[in-house]
Ligand binder design. Structure first.
Ligand code: ARG
Length: 577
C-alpha cells in the first residue's frame, strides 16, 4: 500500500462515513519533523466538530503502526510521520520490481495530440527553436511514459504570403547553379533579397510577388511544384536537426494541410452566429471574455492564423478524437491561443485545449532576429556543444592510463551524447515560463546543475556496479533472503536517498500535470545530490554482507531512476564516460 492509502484508511477508520475529499501526504519540509506530513485533519476538524488537534490525534490512533517509527500531532493539527524501516524497505522492493520505475499508467486508453517545434519553412532553425522542440519533446516523452497514446504533430509554417516572395525571388534572383542545388540557406537568402525588393517604392516587385502567391493559391501546377520543393528541402533540413536531438514526430501536418478546410470553418462560425462583419473583415467578438476581437477572414478574403488553428482542431478531433491537445509555443502567442480556445468552447468542442507558453529566448538582451544580426543557428550551437564535450572526453581518455584507446567514432558518439545532453538540460532545467537570455557557457554547461553532471553520475554508478560484479538490474546483486528484496536502509543519509527514490513516480506525474519538464529535472538533480552524499557517507564495496548487497541494490535503483528520468528529458545515458 502507498503511504497515502495507509493514511487514508486511518482517516476512514477514525471518521467512518465522512466525506474525506482528497487526502494528501507530502514529504516533510524539514527532516526534523519526520519524513512526511499530512494536514488534512485540520480541514476535517470543523466538519466533525472536533478541535483540530483532537481530530489529528484520532487519525494518529487509527494508523497502522507497523508502517511508522513515529507519529506526532504537531502545531495546530498536523500529522508528522516517520516511516518504519520495514515499510521503507518493502516500498523500495516494490518500486524496484515495478515496470517503468513505478511510473503509473494513468494515461492508458487516453489519446492526446502534442503540437510542438512547428518551425516556419524555408528558414534555418536557430537557437530560439530549441525551446519548443526540446520542451515539447520532453512533454511528449513524459506523457507516453504515463501510458498515454501520443500523436506528436509538427505544425509546420508551410503556407502564407512568404511563398509569393520566395517564388518570385527563386525565378528572378537566384543563379542557375543555386536553383539546381537548392538548400535552406539559399532559400533564406532568396527570401531576404526578394522581401527587400518588395519594399521598394514603385511596388512593382511587391505586386509580382502577390501574383505568384495568387497563382499558388489557385493551384497553378508550376508554383505548386516549386512550393512543394521548398517544403521538402525544409523538412529534410529540420529532420537533420531532429535526428541529432532524438526528436521524432508522428505526423507533419503543416498549415497548408488545413487550408482547404478554412471556408468550412468560417461557414460554421457564421451558422453558429459567432462571426460577424466588421469593416469588410469577418470577426469573432470576444470582448465579454476580455479577449478583444479575433479576425477569421481578412477584408481581402484571406484567412489567418486563428482560422487555420480552428480548422486544425476540427481535423484533429475528427481524425484522432483526443482527450487533450497540447500546444507548445513562445508566450507571445498567448492571446492567440486564448482567443481560439474560447471560440472552440463556443463551438461546443469538449477536447481539453492546453497552451504551454515558454519565455522567449533572447541573445545579449535582444530578441533573436535576422535583422538584429544576432541569430545563432541551431546547427552551430550543436556543433559547438560537440566540440566542447569532445575536448573533455579526449582529455579524460588521455588521463586514463590503462585500457584500449577508444575508436574515433566512439569518441564522437560520446561527445554528441554529452554535448546534446548539455544543450537539452540547460533548457529543460528552467521553468518553461521563464525567459532565457542565451549564453554560450550556460547553454553548454558541463558541470554543476547540468546534463553532463547527471550523465556522469549515471556512468559512475554503473561502473561501481560493474566493479561489484553485477549491474543490479540484471540480477548480479542477489536479493537477500530476509524477505524485503534486499533493501536494508539504515541511517539518515541513506534514508533521505531512499525516500527521494520513492518520489520518482510522483515527480513524473507532477511534471506532466504542470506541463513542466523542469519539475523532473529538479527532481533528478536533487536525487543525484542525495546519492552523492550517500556515496560519500556510506562504504559500499567495503561493507560486510548483507549491507553490501543492500547498498548495491539502492545504487542500482538510483541508476535505473536516473536513466529513466533522463530518458524522459530526451537525454541519453552512456554507460562509460
Ligand atoms: N509556426 C508557429 C511559429 O513558428 C507555431 C505553430 C504552433 N502551432 C499551432 N497550431 N498554432 O510560431
Amino acid at each position: 500500500m502507498t503511504l497515502t492509502d495507509i493514511v487514508k484508511s486511518a482517516f476512514e477508520k477514525a471518521f467512518p462515513g465522512e466525506d474525506l475529499g482528497g487526502i494528501r501526504v507530502v514529504p516533510a519540509t524539514d527532516p526534523k519533523f519526520g519524513d512526511y506530513q499530512c494536514n488534512d485533519a485540520l480541514k476535517l476538524a470543523k466538519k466533525v466538530g472536533l478541535k483540530p488537534r483532537d481530530a489529528a490525534q484520532r487519525v494518529a490512533d487509527s494508523l497502522d503502526r507497523a508502517c511508522f517509527e513515529k507519529v506526532e500531532v504537531a502545531g495546530p493539527g498536523f500529522l508528522n510521520l516517520t516511516v518504519s524501516q520495514s515499510w521503507l524497505n518493502s516500498r523500495l522492493a516494490a518500486l524496484d520490481a515495478a515496470p517503468n520505475c513505478g511510473i503509473p499508467q494513468n494515461g492508458r486508453g487516453k489519446k492526446i495530440v502534442i503540437d510542438y517545434s512547428s518551425p516556419n519553412a524555408a528558414k534555418q532553425m536557430h537557437i530560439g527553436h530549441i525551446r519548443s522542440t526540446v520542451i515539447g519533446n520532453a512533454i511528449d516523452r513524459i506523457f507516453r511514459s504515463l501510458g498515454y497514446e501520443v500523436v506528436a504533430d509538427n505544425h509546420l509554417g508551410d503556407w502564407g504570403t512568404q511563398f509569393g516572395i520566395l517564388i518570385k525571388g527563386y525565378r528572378d534572383l537566384l543563379t542557375d547553379d543555386e536553383r539546381a542545388n537548392l538548400t535552406v540557406p539559399v532559400l533564406e537568402k532568396c527570401y531576404v533579397l526578394s522581401a527587400a525588393k518588395a519594399k521598394e517604392e514603385d511596388g512593382v516587385w511587391r505586386e509580382e510577388c502577390k501574383a505568384e502567391l495568387v497563382k499558388l493559391q489557385q493551384g497553378d501546377a508550376e508554383n505548386l511544384a516549386l512550393w512543394k520543393r521548398f517544403i521538402d528541402i525544409s523538412i529534410a533540413e529540420f529532420n537533420r536537426m531532429y535526428a541529432k536531438l532524438g526528436v521524432k514526430f508522428d505526423t507533419y501536418r503543416g498549415e497548408s494541410y488545413y487550408n482547404p478546410l478554412m471556408p468550412g470553418v468560417v461557414d460554421r462560425l457564421l451558422k453558429a452566429g459567432l462571426a460577424e462583419e466588421s469593416e469588410g473583415a469577418l470577426v469573432v467578438k470576444l470582448e465579454k471574455e476580455k479577449l478583444g476581437v479575433a479576425i477569421v477572414r481578412k477584408s481581402d478574403g484571406g484567412y489567418n492564423y486563428t482560422t487555420s488553428d480552428l480548422a486544425c482542431v476540427e481535423s484533429r478531433v475528427k481524425d484522432y478524437d483526443p482527450e487533450r491537445i497540447i500546444y507548445v509555443t513562445d508566450d507571445r502567442q498567448q492571446l492567440h491561443f486564448k482567443q481560439f480556445f474560447s471560440i472552440c468552447g463556443k463551438l461546443g468542442y469538449t477536447v481539453k485545449l492546453v497552451h504551454v507558453p515558454f519565455g522567449l529566448m533572447s541573445y545579449q538582451g535582444k530578441a533573436i532576429s535576422t535583422r538584429e544580426g544576432n541569430l545563432i543557428k541551431l546547427d552551430d550551437l550543436l556543433a559547438e556543444a560537440v566540440r566542447r564535450s569532445k575536448a573533455i572526453v579526449e582529455a579524460r581518455a588521455e588521463g586514463a592510463a590503462e585500457g584500449p584507446k577508444a575508436a574515433e567514432g566512439d569518441v564522437l558518439r560520446l561527445a554528441e551524447q554529452i554535448g546534446f545532453g548539455a544543450v537539452k538540460y540547460a533548457d529543460l532545467s528552467h521553468d518553461p515560463a521563464t525567459a532565457i537570455d542565451f549564453n554560450w557557457d550556460k547553454a553548454l554547461a558541463l558541470e554543476g546543475n547540468s546534463g553532463p553532471y547527471l550523465q556522469y553520475a549515471y556512468a559512475r554508478v554503473k561502473s561501481l556496479l560493474a566493479k561489484a560484479g553485477g549491474d543490479g538490474a540484471s540480477g548480479g546483486v542477489a536479493p537477500m533472503p530476509n524477505g524485503v528484496g534486499g533493501f536494508l536502509v539504515a541511517g539518515p543519509v541513506e534514508k533521505r536517498l531512499a525516500l527521494q527514490l520513492l518520489e520518482f513516480p510522483g515527480a513524473v506525474v507532477r511534471a506532466a500535470e504542470a506541463y513542466k519538464p523542469s519539475v523532473l529535472a529538479d527532481y533528478l538533480f536533487q536525487t543525484a545530490q542525495l546519492y552523492s552524499s550517500f556515496y560519500q557517507n556510506s562504504p559500499i564495496l567495503r561493507s560486510e554482507e548483507p549491507v553490501r548487497s543492500a547498498r548495491l541494490r539502492l545504487c542500482a535503483l538510483f541508476g535505473e531512476i536516473l536513466r529513466s528520468g533522463l530518458g524522459l528529458l530526451g537525454i541519453e545515458t552512456p554507460e562509460h564516460i
